[in-house]
Design a protein around this ligand. Sequence first.
Ligand SMILES: Nc1nc2c(ncn2[C@@H]2O[C@H](COP(=O)(O)OP(=O)(O)OP(=O)(O)O)[C@@H](O)[C@H]2O)c(=O)[nH]1
Ligand SMILES: [Mg+2]
Ligand SMILES: [Zn+2]
Length: 357
Amino acid sequence: MEKLFNYGWNPFFEEQFEEFKNNGLQVGRVIKENKTNYLVATENEIIVAEITGKLMFANDQSELPKTGDWVVMNIFEDEHKGIIHDVLERKTVLSRKAVDKKAQEQIIAANIDYAFVVQSLNENYNINRLSRYLVMIYQCGAEPIVILSKADLCDDVESKIDEVKNNFPEVKIIITNINDPKSIEVLSHNIEKGKTYIFIGSSGVGKSSLINELIGEEKQKTIEIRESDSRGRHATTSRELFLLQDGGIVIDTPGMRGIKLWFSDDGFSNTFDDFEELSQNCKYADCTHIHETDCAVLEALENGTLQQKKYDNYIKLHKEQKYLETLVDHNAYLAEKRKWKEIKKSYDKHFKNKKRH
Ligand SMILES: Nc1nc2c(ncn2[C@@H]2O[C@H](COP(=O)(O)OP(=O)(O)OP(=O)(O)O)[C@@H](O)[C@H]2O)c(=O)[nH]1
Ligand SMILES: [Mg+2]
Ligand SMILES: [Zn+2]
């Protein structure tokens, strides 16, 4: 299983695979989703695999294999083909929920350990957008690492680093410039063998360029941009997983547009305008519209002017929103704690010095 270990195979998946082992089934990791089939890395080679049976009738998109998934297959070696029977339980799922699409989960990739959030220093950098990415990653159980790219095109790198540090003291920051091999080295030192790293961020910020440098060859298509980061043109069109020579696993993704997400306030209220209007008439300003008396929303629900489905959706999203806010608060709390620790440290030091004199 040496090859598969390189691809991130570990006891978490091994345990699940036990029950399939004796039926002549094998495992592999999905490295790319095509329209009608999947590229899967197996112990011996990369094969093309298709889904079968119960997966074909899956009623939820999330049950289908995604890039990064470990799948159980029948492999036909002489044809270099496989039939996928099952998807092993995911350790993490990186997903986003489009508010306007009935909050359906859209899976970006599975079994991610770390996510590199890439923002280019010349024009894409934006602390609010960054925080949305970080929240999304934390919520998926992965660990974020910030990459500020295109350092060669920016005059005040330090002030941007400071801003990120002040907002997210727990998060590692890597500065890159594609023409500076040292910065690529730093990036590569942050990639651990057997762990999976996804690159996410807007189109044109340089995700594929960085991955090409890590791989050491031009595997990923990039588009030459002269003046500014690209708008509307995506060089990368699908998610694909690559194995690095030194053992890390990286996933390239197409630039994300509209990571307005569920987190952004405007995205939230736009979809639920009538809701906001109704809640103006609730007795309590902080009404949760779940159990309060004199709640205009519950009244509308009762007399049928508000659909149950819409109500359920709203409550679900509202809870999520609250949850995300606590996550962000938690981050702020950690920052505050660290700040006080520092203050105490310098205070103690100061005090000790005083004593000595
Ligand atoms: N000056 C400068 N240009 C860079 C740097 N990194 C990437 N670029 C250029 O930025 C452009 C876009 O890079 P890509 O790697 O295709 O960007 P991407 O994030 O993969 O874009 P999508 O695949 O569309 O999501 C290319 O022209 C790169 O040559 C850098 O560090 N400095
Ligand atoms: Mg790309
Ligand atoms: Zn209410």
